[in-house]
Design a protein around this ligand. Structure first.
Ligand code: ADP
Ligand code: ZN
Length: 444
């Protein structure tokens, strides 16, 4: 099917009405949605305190959509402070699922969902997949990790709702991935950009021929990647690659998604309010200029989140999209305003690594984190200085420390770091603010 045919394809009437609604209708939905969310948020301990301090007494505080700028922000730290139930707006027995962001500095940032919330999240994901030309005839292999973060289950439920046959292989085990792709005739895969490259290499190494596979498209996301990288994957695998943006705090993947024209990700504005702000002045940047994306989810019962600072940097793409959808488009993300690293799709804060190190006996004052490309995947190395006493100890004791640090870190950040033990005083001591991370990955 050509892009034009895909775009003209019959999508359910209700969805089409919403996806191509006049801006005035979308903005009316946003205003009404925002007021409702404010009323709802006031039922949570977190927002009732925050809004009382800011003089936000109820939904009437908002008269026009622009009034959203009078509301205080919500941050990742707020989520941690509200852990575990400070942001719960419904009785606990209505919660049916808990998710957490893959990056957690000590206290996790969790979200809770009612059945209705889950249904809506799946609907958003299904809508996204259909905008990208997915159909119920697709055979979808989901290579994102299943578990607390939403790239696995969130995507899975959306693909099922679309009616596709879903194979939940989860991440890793490339040989099995390839076998399933061949045996089941997988047409669509969901994986991080780096894993897609790795997969391409494995296809060649394992002696598969392209014609053994029915693959036609890949959905990718979870980490920033360039247009050049997308083109490279498309060329190598001979498929179309669609960019998908999401985060667990906002119900997971699919909150913004590329349509078949692949020129920016439509953010579903009947369900989210997207603002792009100057991260220093917090004023909206002019359309087309880069700033921090701030999101409000408009329909969530269990856990309202209003003006959530994503820390992700992007800009709005102006002008109409050839598909006819009226929801604005976000450009490819260029990075983040904080020090979060994304390693093979998993969020890692240097402070998580520090936390493990600080607790361990025998670890010295200094450490250093190196992220590199190892083949197509990312490799995380933690260099750790040990104390003079530990250094004088038996090699077995030092090895045991290395093993313990490795297993504690992989339990916390879900990826396996390489631990290099260093002699006391051997790592450079920073003057001023310590530089703890060297990200050596090519900025493609
Ligand atoms: P999930 O639960 O889906 O794994 P997380 O909440 O762990 O998601 O991570 C969300 C973060 O991942 C985002 O804030 C953003 O930094 C990054 N991210 C997700 N999708 C993309 C994308 N398509 N492009 C760039 N970065 C992305
Ligand atoms: Zn479009």
């Amino acid at each position: 099917m050509t892009r034009e045919e895909h775009a003209a394809r019959e999508i359910p009437f209700r969805d089409k009405m919403i996806e191509t609604a006049p801006r005035a209708v979308i903005e009316w939905m946003q205003l009404e949605g925002l007021k409702k969310q404010i009323a709802h948020a006031l039922k949570t301990p977190f927002y009732s305190a925050r809004y009382a301090a800011a003089g936000v007494t109820g939904p009437d505080f908002i008269k026009t959509l622009a009034d959203i700028r009078k509301l205080p922000f919500t941050t990742k730290n707020d989520l941690r402070d509200a852990y575990p139930f400070g942001l719960l707006a419904v009785p606990k027995d209505q919660v049916v699922r808990v998710h957490a962001s893959s990056g957690t500095t000590g206290t996790p940032t969790v979200i809770y969902l009612t059945q209705r919330d889950l249904d809506l999240a799946s609907d958003t994901m299904a809508r996204s997949l259909m905008a990208a030309g997915g159909t119920k005839d697709d055979i979808v292999q989901n290579m994102m990790t299943y578990g607390l973060f939403t790239g696995g289950l969130g995507f899975h439920y959306g693909a099922e709702l679309m009616g596709a046959m879903v194979i939940p292989t989860s991440s890793g085990n490339t040989l099995r991935q390839l076998k399933f792709m061949k045996d089941f005739g997988t047409t669509m895969i969901h994986a991080t950009p780096s894993y897609l490259l790795h997969l391409h290499q494995a296809i060649a190494d394992e002696g598969y021929r392209r014609e053994d596979l029915k693959l036609r498209m890949a959905i990718t996301g979870a980490e920033p990647h360039s247009e050049e990288l997308r083109c490279k994957i498309e060329d190598k695998l001979g498929i179309e690659v669609y960019n998908c943006y999401g985060m667990s705090e906002m119900n997971g993947p699919g909150l913004a998604f590329e349509c078949v024209f692949r020129s920016g990700m439509h953010v579903w504005e009947d369900r989210y309010i997207a603002e792009i702000l100057d991260p220093e002045t917090f004023e909206p940047v002019p359309d087309g200029e880069t700033g921090e994306l701030v999101l409000t989810i408009l329909c969530r019962d269990a856990m309202p989140l209003i003006r959530y600072r994503t820390r992700d940097l992007t800009h709005f793409i102006t002008g109409p999209c050839a598909c006819g959808r009226t929801h604005r488009r976000l450009a490819r993300f260029t990075g983040r305003t904080d020090d979060m690293l994304i390693v093979n799709g998993v969020n890692v804060f240097p402070s998580q690594i520090e936390e493990v190190l600080l607790k361990a006996k025998g670890v010295g004052a200094n450490y250093f984190i190196i992220v590199e490309k190892h083949g197509d995947l990312d490799k995380l190395t933690v260099q750790v200085e040990i104390t003079p006493e530990m250094f004088a100890d038996d090699a077995r004791v030092i090895n045991a420390l290395r093993d313990r640090l490795k297993s504690e870190m992989s339990a916390l950040i879900t990826i396996n770091p390489v631990i290099e033990i260093k002699q006391p005083g051997s790592l450079p001591v920073a003057e001023g603010k310590a530089k703890r991370v060297d990200d050596r990955r090519p900025k493609d």
